[in-house]
Design a protein around this ligand. Structure first.
Ligand code: COA
Length: 261
């Protein structure tokens, strides 16, 4: 993968590590960083060598402290809509990616950063992580899908509280609310936990993982009937070689070897 200005990329053992790298700005997401994310995810979808993705923030202080406020200070009604739709489109690409995407949230995970983390399939936080949607302090609201994903993840009452107060919560509270999957003391340990999850998922049938992504996302796509998506996806799985391999391996008492086809 080519080099990017705002995101470090490193591929290791089928896992692509993405590090949002604007440490002096708390890894705030500016337009260029979002464009890079879009380009990278387009490549992830097509590149057979990439089997999973871990996203983190540079340094110990922040995962991502939001959209870059210097770029949102002068929006008008036309470009504000485009601003939100652009972010929504990129975060939907992440959410709909058929390869597992885990956010390792180290430090401040605010605004667009919390929205980025929520667009990933799972979140592993460091103990010093802080979560929040502080947009209300700027006279705006979350615009990259946060009003929807936060409500789905933690429920209406708590989502309203976080968004209406703009309060930050710590990692333990985020764990209790179901906003994160795991909390580990340090970034190294959080990364190791994410790698353990990824390794386990990578040993499973890739087509089935992709179908789970589609079905879970269908839960909250009003235009889709989630049950229908599930039945269709289930049927698609049984057409695959991996299905034959998985069931035969169980019956033959051996480990399956999945090929993603
Ligand atoms: N956009 C642009 N720049 C940001 C930023 C953001 N979302 N978050 C932090 N920064 C910048 C600061 O302006 C500062 O830059 P400077 O050194 O050039 O002045 C640098 O990152 C360090 O931030 P600072 O505020 O000095 O660190 P802190 O430890 O005192 O506070 C935060 C950390 C995250 C609590 C604070 O920066 C903050 O509230 N950020 C905005 C969060 C937010 O509202 N996000 C939603 C945006 S829609």
């Amino acid at each position: 993968m080519e080099d990017f200005q705002n995101i470090l990329t490193e591929a290791k053992g089928g896992v692509l590590y993405l590090t949002i790298n604007r440490e002096d700005k708390m890894n705030a997401l500016n337009f260029d960083t979002l464009e890079e994310l879009k380009e990278i995810f387009n490549e992830i979808i097509d590149n057979k060598e990439i089997k999973a993705v871990i996203i983190t923030g540079s340094g110990e202080k922040a995962f991502v402290a939001g959209a870059d406020i210097s770029e949102i200070a002068n929006l008008n009604i036309v470009n504000a809509r485009k601003f939100a739709e652009n972010g929504q489109e990129i975060f939907s690409m992440i959410e709909n990616c058929h390869k597992p995407v885990i956010a390792v949230t180290n430090g401040f995970t605010l605004g667009g950063g919390c929205e980025l983390a929520m667009a990933c399939h799972m979140r592993v936080a460091t103990a010093n992580a802080k979560f929040g949607q502080p947009e209300v302090n700027l006279g705006i609201i979350p615009g990259y899908g946060g009003t929807q994903r936060l409500t789905i993840l933690i429920g209406r009452g708590k989502a309203n509280e976080l968004m209406m107060t703009g309060d930050m919560i710590d990692a333990e509270s985020a764990l209790q609310l179901g906003l994160v999957n795991h909390v580990l003391p340090t970034k190294a340990e959080a990364m190791a936990k994410a790698e353990e999850l990824i390794a386990k998922i990578m040993s499973k049938a890739p087509l089935a993982i992709g179908m789970i992504v589609d079905c879970v996302n269908a839960v909250y796509m009003a235009e889709e009937n989630g049950y229908q998506t599930e039945a269709n996806s289930f049927a698609r799985c049984v057409k695959s070689g991996d299905y034959k391999e998985g069931t035969s391996a169980f019956l033959e008492k051996r480990k399956p070897v999945f090929k993603g086809e």
